[in-house]
Design a binder for this molecule. Structure first.
Ligand code: SAH
Ligand code: SF4
Ligand code: F3S
Length: 488
């Protein structure tokens, strides 16, 4: 929403809005040059300090933010910093989210703590990036009340992080670089994956849907799809590096490819990804119900690799509220879609997002949500209390629902979601299932945690060496949202 550049050094004169379609190889090269500058500076500082400098990246948002953080981590590692889980580090970066008010509050809450750490460590640098930084009032507040922050950048210029890092290290003033938008996608910068065996892969950025409650289109900009070739090349590289499962990421993957010079449907892209040899599992999120095509259902149904799981956000069961939300489907269409999906894939797992307390939501609107939740039978649902986001159409709507009414509805919804989730997710009890082993389980000594294609978790006895492998497990007990199993 704003474009500010406030520091000397060599950042000077950044225009507010960049429009730079076309080849971005030069930009990648430029950023690698800055990475080298940053690396030399980090080396010098390490020598002075007599130890390696450390960094800590904290992610507050969705899977797309988490994927962005992997890129930031990759860049920091190449700059010579050592990763640390503690915020008592030489460089702390918060990758923020602003989808709901509480995401913002958490960031402000923790900044005070960072300030105290910075007073103890003269080398410490603090940076903020991500969706929250795209809001002008946030940046104003940070400038005013959190002047100890060294660097602020946004979502559109994340690829410029090597340059910003180099500039930050050469300066002792706050650097702010926020762009209003971009149509540029810069490929091939370093990344560091959280898991060696699975990875998110961005297939598109931004969102054009403007659901009336949602701030994402304002902070992430217009929808842009990556070229299929670039996506496939990235997945091939990941697989060569040990990845077995990819999660294709976008705010609305079902509208993938519409803005490409040569449009490609999401279903076609999935067919191409399926061809990548050595890849075992394909997941994706999020699917907007309005754009979910018959072609996609067919491709999923015949696929050997696409997981039998669809995250299909409903938001509200009331057709009247859905209209106000600008979701562009109604209850009837949503239920028809679910029926079609289930007919093609009876073993599919469905999950969803729900918002309680959208402006004007009446008791009978809310009961429609309960009705759909009961009827569909989701394995899990993420339930959110409506949060007013300034600048969105819903924020200006009259008839905001009183807090105590919202709270009471939220509790009722959560109860139903949990009850139905427990019933639905027990349907695989007694069967054998392939699971990808993800980590040592927190559910007991000697247990591992694996994930089924349907996204359900299974805890079973096994050795750490199995992490990252696919094994068959018999599901012995259902504990509500997870199973206890035995390896076959
Ligand atoms: N692109 C995805 C959603 C991304 S945001 C989609 O359309 O499904 C993730 C979830 O946050 C949304 O599905 C919605 O349930 C919730 N959400 C978004 N804005 C919100 C708000 N203002 N208040 C409460 N929940 C919100
Ligand atoms: Fe937000 Fe709607 Fe876009 Fe999802 S589709 S990110 S809810 S505007
Ligand atoms: Fe949050 Fe931005 Fe994701 S607002 S939900 S981190 S796209």
């Amino acid at each position: 929403m704003i474009g500010i550049d406030e520091k000397g050094g060599n950042v000077g004169g950044i225009p507010v809005l960049r429009k730079n379609r076309g080849k971005n190889m030069n930009e990648t090269k430029r950023q690698y040059e800055y990475l080298e500058v940053a690396r030399k500076e980090v080396e010098k500082l390490s020598r002075e300090a007599g130890r390696k400098l450390t960094f800590c990246v904290n992610t507050f948002g969705c899977q797309m933010n988490a994927r962005d953080s992997e890129k930031l981590v990759g860049i920091l590692e190449q700059a010579g910093y050592e990763k640390s889980d503690s915020e008592e580090a030489d460089f702390v970066l918060y990758n923020t989210c602003t989808v709901r008010e509480n995401a913002n509050l958490r960031v402000y809450g923790r900044l005070g703590h960072l300030n105290r750490l910075k007073k103890k460590n003269p080398h410490m640098r603090i940076a903020l990036c991500g969706c929250m930084m795209q809001e002008a009032h946030v940046v104003e507040k940070i400038k005013k009340s959190y002047s100890f922050v060294d660097l602020i950048f946004g979502t559109h210029n994340l690829y410029k992080f090597p340059e910003l890092l180099a500039n930050m290290l050469a300066s002792d003033r706050m650097i702010i670089d926020i762009w209003e938008g971009t149509d540029q996608i810069v490929e091939d910068l370093p990344t560091d994956r959280k898991y060696p065996f699975k990875s998110g892969v961005n297939i598109m950025f931004g969102c054009n849907n403007f659901c009336s409650y949602c701030i994402v289109p304002y902070v992430r900009g217009r929808e842009r799809s990556r070229e299929p070739k670039a996506i496939i090349r990235e997945i091939e590289k990941l697989v060569a590096d040990g990845v077995r499962e990819v999660m294709l990421l976008g705010q609305n993957v079902n509208s993938y490819g519409k803005t490409l010079d040569e449009p490609v449907s999401f279903a076609r892209l999935l067919e191409e990804v399926e061809q990548v040899e050595g890849l075992e599992r394909i997941r994706f999120m999020t699917s907007h119900p309005k754009d979910l095509s018959d072609e996609l259902i067919q491709v999923m149904a015949k696929s050997q690799k696409i997981c039998r799981h669809l995250h299909l956000p409903l938001q509200s069961g009331s057709s009247r509220i859905l209209k106000e939300m600008n979701r562009r489907y109604d209850q009837e269409r949503y239920l028809e879609l679910v029926e079609k999906i289930r007919a093609a894939m009876p073993d599919i797992s469905l999950t969803t997002d729900l918002i309680v307390g959208f402006p004007g939501e009446t008791e009978s609107d809310f009961e429609e949500t309960l009705k759909v939740v009961d009827q569909v039978g989701y394995d899990t649902a993420f339930t959110f209390i409506y949060s007013k986001r300034s600048g969105t159409p819903a924020a200006a709507m009259e008839d905001q629902v009183p807090d105590e009414v919202v709270k009471e509805r939220f509790d009722r919804l959560l109860k139903l979601v949990q009850e139905r989730g427990r019933q639905e997710s027990s349907r695989f009890l007694g069967t054998n299932q392939e699971v990808l082993v993800e980590e040592v389980s927190h559910h007991g000594e000697g247990l591992l945690t694996g994930r089924m294609g349907q996204n359900l978790l299974v805890h079973f006895p096994g050795e750490k060496e199995l992490i990252g492998k696919t094994v068959t497990v018999r599901l012995e007990q259902c504990k509500g949202f997870y199973y206890i199993g035995e390896k076959i």
